[in-house]
Design a protein around this ligand. Structure first.
Ligand code: NAD
Ligand code: UDP
Length: 341
């Protein structure tokens, strides 16, 4: 099939582009480059051995995106990655987050109606579960739009919109994938996560400390009710995540479905830092800091629905994710930015 990736030059999009092409599909990308670089798509194309058509535009620019789709189409499916993703920033700039995250999903659904594209896979997030009442999290665990941050609310609202759109159009195939914590990089070391400024997420922060561009990792609380007192998360290798998108596109059926994409294995902050230290062959300096506002003690999924419904499950370990993240970070200490002469 031919798949349009909105936000396809980003971290998860670039890895998914490679996985889709390797699985025999064609990919075209629209990305406004607000958090990425055309270099990511050039490298993804060279890894997969294909030229990836790229439109540098906001996905809400409907005339340009339609013309691009008509030029390279027909398109069979959209994976909608495009959006803003920093939880803290979404609290400070809520209107911008609603504007981009909801506006871009509306634009994609309008494009699909105009161009008769039947299938959408949407990047949702484990954030929609808010503070878990019970663990592991299942797709039928409580969610709400009454979440602590606007980012999570935008994901929840877009899920609701997809559900309503599928109810109104019985031909629509819509899947929301609730990602747990994506980590790692392509094993080639050619593509990976390239956050601008100081990373908010644990793994890229640890990677920057390991490479020497940040001094130490702050551990946000060691007094949680967990085995070593630090937070537990479900870290999923980005290649497993990419494979989950391929499975979702190939298995999509009429209607709306939600799937967790995670490993089901909880890993603590201290365990992740230790694994990264082993992968990098160096000690990672740490300091215990107070808990970060809004954090939950533990979040991990029951991945059985994706195994049964999509025939997909994660296979890679946290050690592989650390090894691949380290390879990417050490080979590209400045990310996709050109090296200084
Ligand atoms: P990313 O920022 O690397 O990728 C998003 C891409 O969308 C970027 O390339 C950015 O330039 C582009 N973009 C943003 N607004 C756009 C617009 N209006 N039009 C066109 N392009 C636009 O992020 P990612 O980590 O690859 O995440 C992809 C998706 O997965 C996002 O929707 C994110 O919310 C979701 N998600 C990410 C995580 C995570 O931890 N990385 C976890 C759960 C869900
Ligand atoms: N964390 C930390 N130091 C950091 C960044 C994160 O101790 O510099 C912890 C955080 O409290 C949480 C885990 O690492 O327990 C994962 O945080 P991240 O921001 O990567 O993901 P999320 O909070 O979205 O699950």
């Amino acid at each position: 099939m031919r798949v349009l990736l909105s936000g396809g030059a980003g971290y998860i999009g670039a890895h998914t582009a490679v996985a889709l092409i390797e699985a025999g599909h064609e990919v075209i990308v629209v990305d406004d480059m607000s958090n990425s670089s055309p270099e990511a798509i050039a490298r993804a194309g060279s890894l997969a051995g294909a030229e990836i058509p790229l439109l540098g535009a906001d996905v809400r620019d409907e005339p340009r995106v339609r013309a691009f789709v008509q030029q390279h189409g027909p398109v069979d499916a959209v994976v909608h990655f495009a959006g803003l993703k920093a939880v803290g920033e979404s609290v400070a700039q809520p209107v911008r987050y609603y504007d981009v995250n909801i506006g871009s999903a509306v634009a994609v659904l309008r494009l699909m109606a105009a161009e008769s594209i039947p299938t959408i896979v949407f990047s949702s997030s484990a954030t929609v579960y808010g503070r878990p009442e019970t663990l592991p999290l299942r797709e039928d665990s409580p969610t709400g739009i009454d979440l602590a941050n606007p980012y999570g609310k935008t994901k929840r609202i877009v899920e609701e919109m997809l559900k309503d759109a599928a109810a109104a159009d019985p031909r629509l195939r819509a899947i929301a994938l609730r990602y747990f914590n994506p980590v790692g990089a392509h094993p080639s070391g050619r593509i990976g996560e390239d956050p601008s400024g100081t990373p908010n997420n644990l793994m890229p922060y640890v990677a920057r400390v390991a490479v020497g561009s940040l001094e130490r990792v702050g551990i946000f609380g060691d007094d949680y009710p967990t085995p070593d007192g630090t937070g537990l998360r479900d870290y999923i290798h980005v290649l497993d995540l990419a494979a989950g998108h391929v499975a979702a596109l190939e298995r999509a059926r009429e209607g709306f479905e939600v799937y967790n994409l995670g490993t089901g294995v909880p890993v603590s902050v201290r365990e992740l830092i230790a694994a990264f230290g082993r992968a990098a062959g160096r000690q990672i300096p740490t300091a215990v800091l107070p808990r970060r506002a809004g954090d939950v003690a533990a979040s991990y999924c029951d991945p059985s629905k994706a195994r049964e419904g999509l025939g997909w499950s994660a296979t890679r370990t946290i050690d592989e994710a650390c090894r691949d993240s380290w390879r990417w970070q050490s080979q590209n200490p400045r990310g996709y930015a050109p090296s200084p002469r």
